[in-house]
Structure formats: C-alpha cells, structure tokens
Ligand binder design. Structure first.
Ligand code: BGC
Length: 258
C-alpha cells in the first residue's frame, strides 16, 4: 500500500456515489456524496458526473488514487457488458474515457468484485484464509471470487444457467419483488442457487450482500448447505470501500495487475 486514502466511486443504475476512504480504518474518511445517475447513462454522461464527484473531494484526495465500480464486466479497462446502464458501455474503453475526462489515472472494476474485496478486507469475510464467494442480491446477482485474499475478477455467477434459467432472473432480490413472492416461495430459489454454487466451487465461506441482506434472518437460517453462509457487513459502503482498496492495490503493483 502506497497510500492510506483513496476515492471510491460506485456507479449504479440509479445513483453515482463517492467518498474518500481511509484504508487503514476500512471506512469512509469523508461524507458520502450521491448524484442521480443521468437518465441516459452513456459513458460521456456518467464521466461528467464522476468528474463532479472527483472535484467535490479534490481537497481531501489531492493526487490520491481513484477507484470506480460499474455493473459490467471490466477486462483491462474495457467494459464488455452493461447491466442497468446504457448499452453503449458494451465493448467500450471505459477506463480511458474516465481518465481522459478527469485528466488523471483511475482503476475501473466490476461492482460486485469491489464489494467482495471490501467484505474480505474489512467485513464479513475478514481474515478468511480460503476460498470466499461473495454474491450481491439486487436487480441482478453479482459475484466475487476471492481465494486467499486474491480476487479472481469478473466471475459473473449471476448468469449461471440453472434449471434452464439465467440464475439472476429467478433468484435476484428483484425477482422476489417483481413476482411478489412470499419468503416461502423465494427461499427455494435461493436454495437452488446456492447449492449449485456450492457444488461447483466448494467455497469455505459464502457471503450474501445487496439490500436484501438486511433481511438475512428471513432466509439464511432456512438454507440447507454444508458451507457457512453469512450476511455482508458493509452494506451500501462496500462498493466504495472496495473500489478505493483496489485502486491503491493496483497503483502499488502497476505491472503485475494491469
Ligand atoms: C451483471 C454483473 C453485475 C451484477 C450486479 C449482473 O447482471 O452481469 O456484472 O456485477 O449484475 O450489478
């Protein structure tokens, strides 16, 4: 680690949020700023809002690292998919677009990867020496695979095909609200999802994030798995904290990780 402070920015379908993170403490060092995601969430429009967030924190950040999350596959700075954001992000040199707009380096990562890393560094999976799979149940299902503290990026386990369905269409938190499912109806879908993930990966720990994890008592005790499964701890701070952590990690090892 070269710096203890970095700016984390979390781009979501409805809001773009940022805060300076104290990575020694694993928590925000400033207030969080939230700006609505532009109606047309194109790269240029989103980059403009990201610029406003960076400008807002310029005094506290100085020339510190900037990490940004996005709900998309991000390989070597290029976004290859687009979940709940404008389709023009597909095959888009997004990291470069942000860097050109801001005039400085950024590190762009998948939203669930950032949240997962934050849970392993500072939250529910802190200190776990094995294989941890973090899933976020929201509009879709995001996933992060972390083995011995090292992220294996872009796992996309929300798109496993289970019983002929794209898993997130059946088991994301949005499926419960969209289809007005009772917990009795929703829990078997989660059971089917997590038993498949467990069978395929044999993780040491499963962590469940996303807004629905606040209601973990309604479903976690009812899942029948051999793997311990726990709620995420950092809630809506995870993306920002993980983005900041990954930004510092990458700036410390530029050749190794880019
Ligand atoms: C996307 C992932 C994203 C997840 C959570 C999925 O639909 O494919 O890239 O991490 O939603 O936003």
């Amino acid at each position: 680690m070269t710096s203890n402070f970095a700016l984390g920015i979390d781009i979501g379908g409805s809001g773009i949020k940022g805060a300076v993170v104290d990575l020694a403490a694993g928590d925000f060092a400033t207030e969080r700023l939230r700006i609505e995601t532009p109606q047309e969430s194109t790269p240029a429009n989103v980059a403009f809002v990201v610029g406003e967030i960076v400008a807002n924190f310029s005094d506290q950040l100085g020339d510190g690292p900037i990490g940004i999350t996005i709900p998309a596959i991000v390989q070597h700075g290029v976004t290859l998919s687009a979940a709940n954001i404008h389709p023009s992000w597909v095959n888009c040199p997004a990291e470069k677009i942000f860097e050109d707009a801001l005039g400085r380096d950024v590190v762009l990562v998948n939203d669930a990867d950032a949240a997962g890393v934050a849970e392993v560094q500072f939250g529910a999976a802190k200190g776990n020496p094995g294989l941890v799979i973090i899933t976020t149940l929201g509009t879709g299902i995001g996933s992060a695979i972390v083995y011995r503290g090292m992220l294996i990026p872009n796992s996309e386990l929300g798109h496993l095909e289970i019983d002929g369905y794209d898993a997130e269409k059946r088991a994301a938190a949005s499926a419960r609200t969209r289809e007005e499912l009772s917990w009795d109806e929703y829990v078997p879908r989660l059971q089917r999802y997590y038993e498949t993930v467990e069978f395929l990966f044999s993780p040491d720990l499963l962590v469940v994030g996303g807004g629905v994890s606040k209601k973990a008592h309604k479903f976690l005790p009812r899942l029948n798995l051999r793997t311990p499964i726990v709620p995420a701890e950092l809630q809506n701070r995870a993306g920002i904290i993980g983005a900041a952590w990954l930004a510092v990690d990458k700036s410390a090892h530029p050749d190794l990780l880019r």
